[in-house]
Design a binder for this molecule. Structure first.
Ligand code: ZN
Length: 394
């Protein structure tokens, strides 16, 4: 009897403890569910996310808002998009349709649904993306596609992107959600020719340190020109894509840091073209300007570049950062000499140079300079012609 009663009390105690544990557990679980939603509301702007299936390659990862998406050597067969950090209390979602070669527009899909033929063979030729619900009143969605290796202009709010029905397929995508009336990041900072401007240039990369330089530029909406060594481009494809996405200029610094003044016309053009191909294959955009390594423009250099349509870009302020490896000295050299129209020479491949750039960039903006690419500077100050050398636009 006594024995039996003790067991019953133990059972009751066990039941109470279990209920208590479950209640506490549920409370924690509910708190966990709330946390990411609150964080999203207060910290992150709403953005598009998107992915595409490429023929023979499968689905890409989801990429975040405004990031170029493409796969070399294949074409897209299906597409999907969603929203990240949609604010609580908003209605609607992201909707889209694709144009499939041979069968036309698919009709509307939304919020992660697959548009196009998953596992199919026919390429996509067009894309339309828009928002519905009250999201459409609060935000604009911009779409930009790559066709035959070239990025087309942005279109917005359901307009047709691509060249449909003429035998050209899409290669890549870029989608950006912005507050109503604003523009995607790279279009914001137009050059004002009446205000002072400087072209910062970084040679010998791409390298891991470019990320520091790009972050500094992004934080002030500035741009620079990166003169890249072609054989390094493939192993830093992500950073080169980020340069392009930021509106930085993709510069050509030969394939293997070659002294072009000692090469034949054919060898010069091959070195430059190989670098151009490497950059184009990861960004979809060609290199637009050349800086001959060592500033060596003798021999056949200028004739060879001119025949390819390139000017040679030299510099006005030489920081000698590669020699001093001293961030303070590099900062002082630039800030003590800089004037409107200057081209500043620095290098991508030293931590000290990147540190210096991260200090120079905000200070130049404080002083009222626009940070522009070499071509933007030239366009604002009379332009350039192929086969000529430019070291400054003072
Ligand atoms: Zn160099």
């Amino acid at each position: 009897m006594h024995h039996h009663r003790r067991i019953s009390i133990a059972r009751i105690l066990m039941a109470v403890l279990c209920t208590l544990a479950l209640t506490l557990g549920m409370a924690n679980w509910a708190a966990d569910l709330k946390r990411p939603i609150q964080a999203a509301e207060t910290q992150q702007a709403m953005g598009a996310i998107y992915a595409s299936e490429y023929y023979g390659r499968g689905w890409t990862e989801w990429v975040p808002d405004n990031k170029p998406l493409f796969v070399n050597g294949s074409y897209p067969t299906a597409f999907k998009a969603g929203l990240s950090n949609q604010p609580a209390g908003t209605t609607g979602t992201i909707q889209y349709e694709v144009n499939v070669s041979g069968s036309g527009w698919t009709g509307t899909y939304e919020n992660g649904q697959i548009a196009g033929v998953e596992g199919g063979e026919m390429p996509l030729e067009g894309l339309r993306v828009w928002l519905n619900g009250n999201l459409a009143d609060l935000y604009d969605v911009y779409t930009r596609v790559m066709v035959e290796g070239q990025w087309m202009d942005w279109v917005m709010n359901g307009a047709e992107a691509g060249q449909v029905g003429v035998g050209k397929h899409l290669d890549g995508f870029r989608i950006a959600v912005v507050n109503k009336g604003e523009q995607p990041a790279e279009q914001v900072a137009a050059v004002d020719p009446s205000r002072p401007m400087v072209a910062l240039t970084f040679d010998d990369g791409p390298s891991q340190y470019d990320a520091v330089i790009l972050s500094a530029l992004e934080s002030v909406g500035g741009r620079a020109t990166f003169f890249m060594v072609g054989n390094l481009v493939g192993r830093h494809a992500d950073i080169v894509q980020r340069m392009a996405a930021d509106g930085c200029e993709l510069g050509n610094h030969s394939w293997n840091h070659d002294n072009l003044s000692r090469l034949s016309v054919e060898a010069i053009q091959s070195s430059v073209q190989q670098t151009n191909n490497a950059v184009q294959s990861v960004t979809g955009s060609p290199t637009t300007v050349v800086r001959p390594p060592y500033g060596a423009t003798g021999g056949n250099c200028m004739a060879a570049l001119g025949a390819m349509g390139y000017p040679a870009i030299l510099w006005h302020i030489d920081t000698l950062d590669w020699k001093t490896r001293n961030a303070d000295q590099t900062v002082n050299t630039v800030l003590s000499q800089v004037r409107d129209g200057d081209i500043v020479l620095m290098h991508s491949i030293y931590a000290q140079s990147a540190d210096a750039a991260a200090r120079i960039i905000p200070e130049l903006v404080n002083r009222g300079y626009q940070l522009v690419t070499v071509s933007e500077l030239a366009n604002a100050r009379g332009g350039m012609v192929p086969g000529a050398k430019y070291g400054s636009f003072r």
